[in-house]
Design a protein around this ligand. Structure first.
Ligand SMILES: Cc1cc2nc3c(=O)[nH]c(=O)nc-3n(C[C@H](O)[C@H](O)[C@H](O)COP(=O)(O)O)c2cc1C
Length: 158
C-alpha cells in the first residue's frame, strides 16, 4: 500500500453522509443503539439496505446476530443522540429516546425516517461485518432536516 490508514480514512471521509443510530434489543432484553454512517440503500425490490459493523466493537455480538434491527436516520436536532450512542460502553438506549416498533426494534423518536429490518444476510468485509437487512416496516417524518457527517465533523444543509 502506498498510503496509510489515516490517509485512507481522510479520503473516504470526503464522502458526505447522513448519520444513523442502528438499534436492536439484546438477548438480555436491553434496548441498544450505535451511531453509524455506513448505511446505504441496496435494493428497492426486494427492499434491502446495509450497514457495516466494526469487528472490534464491544457490542459486536449484540449487533451481528439479531433477527430484527432498525436503522434510524437522525435529524439536525439529534446531534446529541449521535454523540451519546458513539461512546464506548454507552449503547443502552435512554427510555425517553425510543418506542418499540411493530417488529420489536427500538424506533428513535423524531428521527427523519426509521426502517425496521429483518436480518437478511451478513458478509465479512475486512475489519467490518456487512449487514444486509430486509425492510419490514417504515416510518418517516414529512418535515425536518438531516444531520450530516463530512470530513470527520457534523454539518447541516444550507
Ligand atoms: C458519525 C459516526 C459514524 C460511525 N459509523 C460507524 C459505522 O458505520 N459502523 C461502526 O461499527 N461504528 C461506527 N461508528 C463508531 C460507533 O458509533 C462507536 O463509536 C463505537 O462502536 C464505539 O466502540 P464500541 O462499539 O466498542 O462501544 C461511528 C461513529 C460516529 C461518530
Amino acid at each position: 500500500m502506498s498510503f496509510d490508514a489515516r490517509e485512507l480514512r481522510n479520503a473516504l471521509g470526503r464522502f458526505a453522509t447522513g448519520v444513523c443510530v442502528i438499534t436492536t434489543v439484546s438477548d438480555a432484553q436491553q434496548a441498544v443503539g450505535m451511531t453509524a454512517n455506513s448505511f446505504s440503500s441496496v435494493s428497492l425490490d426486494p427492499p434491502l439496505l446495509l450497514w457495516c459493523l466494526q469487528n472490534n466493537s464491544d457490542v459486536y455480538d449484540i449487533f451481528a446476530r439479531p433477527r430484527y434491527f432498525a436503522v434510524n436516520i437522525l435529524s439536525s436536532e439529534q446531534q446529541a443522540h449521535s454523540n451519546q450512542y458513539a461512546k464506548k460502553g454507552q449503547h443502552e438506549l435512554d427510555a425517553a429516546h425510543f418506542h418499540l416498533g411493530k417488529y420489536g426494534s427500538p424506533v428513535i423518536r423524531n428521527a427523519l425516517a426509521t426502517f425496521e429490518c429483518e436480518l437478511e444476510v451478513a458478509h465479512e468485509g475486512g475489519d467490518h461485518l456487512v449487514i444486509l437487512g430486509r425492510v419490514r416496516e417504515m416510518h418517516q417524518r414529512s418535515t425536518g432536516e438531516p444531520l450530516l457527517f463530512y470530513s470527520g465533523g457534523y454539518h447541516e444543509l444550507r
